[in-house]
Design a binder for this molecule. Structure first.
Ligand code: NAP
Ligand code: GDD
Length: 324
């Protein structure tokens, strides 16, 4: 019988890649979606006939318990969250409800319905915040710099706690930034590649950004979901940093993306101090040595190839839209 997995956040970037990945591995894939007045689900539209979607919400405990009772999955990947850092400053309480307490609600459902379920929590390098060491690994202390980072730190520790208290097979993947052509357009990588495509095709004339000096460790989402799955196949649950080990500035990202379409970025980019954050994370770079040795996982796509792939995908899409 095909193994059954449930993905919360299946409509997001990672959910869409993970659903494809698990289908290819022969899984029966179920996804949790929240009610909306307009159902777009654009990242998973091509998979709709191969997956089963169920309505539930991270805010509603009973809906999650009922979902697990109905689906009875072997693996639960908890990817749902309010994931945009600036929004977490504007809506810190809602972010805490979704991104922190939401994890406990899913874990409580696992504990009550079937404690043998294998559980993956989408933790984040944002927990390292004001970094205490470079590069960051599983032992590096957390110092979150946003309500989102603080909520993720709670989600991480409650996952560890349910493992230690109830023996649940619960893993926390501490993933550094990862992106793709399916990335939300508010995140800086996709904001830049979408703008570059539009500028090249004459549909936009400038790009307004915030802090160009921030450094991030960016990888490809399509490769990072493989690491999530590998964690849940271990003999014993554990926590892993997933990263490339390289860091690049937002400025480098911008230069690279514009150069790919033969443009100098300087005439097009302006800086808006409104886009700076109340507390910034200046630098993040992960050490995924433990994942390499214990999961056999390592990233292969280079930063330049990743950004070029995203610019190319946005160019194709924008050209299609303009032709319609
Ligand atoms: P994303 O594209 O923003 O997707 C977030 C998902 O969560 C969406 O499917 C969203 O549904 C769902 N969601 C939000 N609130 C919900 C609620 N109350 N009930 C049910 N579903 C809800 O995020 P992503 O980039 O795929 O990231 C996946 C996870 O990894 C997130 O937890 C994120 O915080 C974490 N993470 C991401 C990165 C990264 O660089 N991408 C790095 C580390 C950790 P709607 O479609 O309805 O909005
Ligand atoms: N979004 C955005 N928009 N960021 C900008 C801009 C802009 O116009 N200009 C500069 N930046 C800088 C931000 O200040 C930040 O330092 C960096 O670009 C990356 O910002 P985001 O792409 O929004 O990602 P993030 O690093 O804050 O958070 C992402 O990665 C985390 C993992 O470390 C999200 O995916 C989180 O959900 C994830 O946990």
């Amino acid at each position: 019988m095909a193994p059954r997995a449930l993905i919360t956040g299946i409509t997001g970037q990672d959910g869409a890649y993970l659903a494809r990945f698990l289908l290819e591995k022969g899984y029966e894939v179920h996804g949790m979606v929240r009610r909306s007045s307009t159902e777009t689900f654009e990242r998973i539209n091509d998979l709709r006939h191969r997956i089963t979607l169920h309505q539930a919400d991270l805010l509603d405990q009973l809906s999650i318990i009922t979902l697990l009772q109905n689906v009875r999955p072997r693996e639960v990947y908890n990817l749902a969250a309010q994931s945009f850092v600036p929004t977490s400053f504007l809506q810190p309480l809602l972010t805490g409800e979704f991104t922190a307490l939401g994890v406990t609600r899913v874990l409580e459902a696992v504990r009550l319905v079937d404690p043998s379920i294998r559980f993956y929590q989408a933790s984040s390098s944002e927990m390292f915040g004001k970094v205490q060491r470079e590069p960051q690994d599983e032992q590096t202390p957390f110092w979150p710099r946003s309500p989102y980072g603080a909520a993720k730190a709670y989600g991480h520790w409650i996952t560890v706690n349910y493992r230690e208290s109830y023996g649940i097979f619960a893993c926390s993947g501490i993933l550094f930034n990862h992106t793709s052509p399916l990335r939300g357009k508010e995140f800086v990588t996709r904001k830049v590649t979408d703008a570059v495509a539009r500028i090249k095709l004459g549909a936009q004339d400038k790009l307004v950004l915030g802090n160009l000096e921030a450094l991030r460790d960016w990888g490809f989402a399509g490769e990072y979901v493989d690491a999530m799955w590998r964690m849940l196949q271990l003999d014993h649950p554990d926590d892993f940093v997933i990263a490339t080990g390289e860091k690049h500035s937002v400025r480098e990202l911008v230069e690279l993306a514009f150069a790919h379409v033969g443009l100098d970025w300087r005439p097009y980019v302006t800086i808006d101090p409104e886009l700076f954050r109340p507390a910034e994370i200046n630098t993040l770079r992960g050490d995924a040595g433990k994942a390499r040795s214990q999961l056999g996982w390592q990233p292969t796509l280079s930063f330049a190839d990743l950004i070029h792939m995203m610019v190319d995908a946005d160019r194709e899409r924008v050209a299609r839209e303009l032709a319609e």
